[in-house]
Design a protein around this ligand. Structure first.
Ligand code: ATP
Ligand code: ATP
Ligand code: MG
Ligand code: MG
Ligand code: MG
Ligand code: MG
Ligand code: MG
Length: 252
């Protein structure tokens, strides 16, 4: 349609431009994943294949969009932090949210078999030790919604859509300290919280980090050391200072 006589319809488009010089958080959330996860026999509460698949899709989004400095995911959601100076699509909200949501979703579907297909059986970083997961075919196309937040960075760590049953659970848990919670998990569910994988407890954080790598030179075949801005995945606390002090490059 560009440069055609129908270009005039663009005048009727609605543009919301995200405030300049502020961090942008785009948060994606699986649509009806309560149903999707049960129909696809996800291991509850954390299916490691699904968490790895979502991280992989997020990594593809970061490879495509340089201005994403950090991505954080847990459950059926992933949040992307775009640098303060980001100029992606001239900061047009609809372009940014729809493109990221579409790219994430298509990667989630495209790489489904890499994580849920038969060839992943027995892969030690994907399967919980001692647990055999049957391959799972994708039964229907999943979708995600996307929203942009650019006034509050804290949207990243808050969940505004806590369902009612979670509220009830929170009411039960709110007066217990962490020792009491651990005791409850252990006595009722035989789960030792301390030995659970960090990925379940802290979610997945992807960010760029200058890293020295050894590469083979295409010119003379010799090994050379180069610094590359690699996308790193960690499962650790990102609320406290140590993460941010250790990675000042993220907010630069
Ligand atoms: P943007 O990311 O801004 O949308 P774009 O390159 O996708 O950039 P569009 O204005 O959306 O630009 O143009 C879509 C392009 O795809 C045009 O070149 C158009 O001719 C081509 N195209 C769209 N639909 C078809 C189709 N069904 N068959 C062949 N070509 C198509
Ligand atoms: P909505 O469309 O409003 O987002 P929803 O059913 O997706 O509805 P959420 O609040 O987003 O509701 O909850 C996500 C659901 O998906 C929960 O039931 C959660 O237990 C499940 N879920 C998400 N990720 C995983 C996972 N990796 N392993 C197992 N279950 C998961
Ligand atoms: Mg286009
Ligand atoms: Mg077009
Ligand atoms: Mg939701
Ligand atoms: Mg959801
Ligand atoms: Mg959710």
């Amino acid at each position: 349609m560009a440069c055609s006589k129908f270009e005039y319809v663009k005048h009727f488009e609605n543009h919301t431009t995200l405030l300049r010089n502020t961090w942008i958080v785009v948060r994606l959330d699986g649509h009806s994943f309560h149903r999707f996860t049960s129909q696809h026999n996800f291991l509850k509460p954390n299916d490691p294949r699904a968490l790895h698949l979502a991280s992989f899709a997020a990594q593809k989004c970061m490879e495509e969009f340089e201005e994403i400095v950090l991505a954080y995911g847990q459950s059926d959601e992933f949040s992307f932090l775009l640098r303060r100076s980001a100029s992606l699509y001239k900061r047009r909200e609809a372009k940014i949210t729809s493109t990221l949501c579409s790219l994430f979703t298509s990667n989630y579907v495209f790489y489904w078999n890499k994580f849920f297909g038969p060839e992943t059986r027995g892969e030690k970083d994907v399967i919980i030790p001692g647990q055999t997961l049957e391959p799972q075919e994708l039964l229907y196309p999943p979708s995600f919604d996307a929203r942009a937040y650019n006034t509050a960075f804290w949207a990243l760590v808050q969940d505004k859509d806590t369902p009612h049953s979670e509220q009830k659970a929170q009411a039960i848990l709110k007066d217990t300290d962490s020792a009491a919670k651990n005791e409850l998990l252990f006595s009722k569910y035989h789960i030792n919280y301390n030995t659970l994988p960090e990925m379940y407890k802290k979610g997945s954080t992807l960010f760029r980090k200058p890293t020295v790598v050894t590469e083979v030179s295409s010119r003379d075949g010799r090994e050379v050391q180069r610094t590359r801005n690699l996308i790193i995945t960690e499962h650790r606390d990102i609320i406290g200072d140590p993460f941010w002090k250790g990675n000042p490059q993220i907010l630069q």
